[in-house]
Design a protein around this ligand. Structure first.
Ligand code: VGL
Ligand code: ZN
Length: 212
């Protein structure tokens, strides 16, 4: 078991990001068994859920004449317009049925403000509204954040970058994550992650020395 000051943050393992889902990430379902094994080595696990109201600003369908995957300028900056996904309370927003993490302590839901997106589990896309996760982690004695999930280049990357900015030691577990990779977004994300000091690790390194 890893030490008490470490948390495993499992990002957006939801049906809509799995093959067949509304915003499918290629091979997103492959990571679920690995994530389950990783989670067994942590006493502290936190989950996130992308959790949008139907009228959410990130949905192309809410911008007449716009198509999914186009970019659109909003007051807080450039926003990719996505297919309608992870609508609050729908099956698409539910966690993948194969996820087996009964000991998860908290679920952070993000993207619930209709006019602001939130890839990050820490700070919304306006870059000023906190979700409360940094305070929760500090209050529970966490200093090191391991993150993985979907999608590497959006919600996992933004979450890892904001965890770093909040002062945590951060590692992104690459083989326990899958990417959308829109317009080179994966390469760009890894550049930013490396520059910010986020460790790029494989699950074998996380398991090393720990009982499964
Ligand atoms: C995500 C795009 C839109 C993600 C969420 O979980 O990476 N990507 N909403
Ligand atoms: Zn979303």
């Amino acid at each position: 078991m890893r030490s008490a000051d470490e948390v495993l943050l499992l990002v957006d393992l939801q049906n809509d990001f799995m093959p067949g889902g509304a915003l499918a990430v290629a091979r997103g379902d492959e990571i679920v068994p690995l994530v389950n094994r990783l989670a067994r080595t942590f006493s502290h696990v936190v989950l996130t859920q992308d959790w949008h109201p139907p009228e959410h600003v990130s949905f192309a369908a809410n911008h007449p004449g716009r198509q999914p995957f186009e970019t659109f300028t909003l007051p807080y900056g450039e926003q990719v317009l996505w297919p309608t996904h992870c609508v609050q309370g729908t099956d698409g927003a539910a966690l993948h049925g194969g996820l087996d993490v009964p000991h998860a302590r908290a679920i952070i839901r993000k993207g619930h403000h209709a006019d602001v997106d939130s890839y990050s589990a820490f700070l919304e896309a306006d870059r000023t509204t906190p979700t409360g996760l940094a305070g929760y982690l500090r209050d529970t004695g966490v200093t090191r954040v391991w993150c993985c999930g979907l999608a590497t280049d959006y919600c996992v990357a933004w979450t890892a970058l904001d965890a770093r900015a909040a002062g945590f030691d951060v590692a992104l577990i690459e083989d326990a994550s899958r990417a959308i990779d829109l317009n080179d977004s994966l390469a760009l994300a890894w550049q930013q992650l490396t520059t910010a000091g986020v460790a790029r690790v494989q699950s074998a390194e996380v398991f090393a020395g720990h009982a499964r």
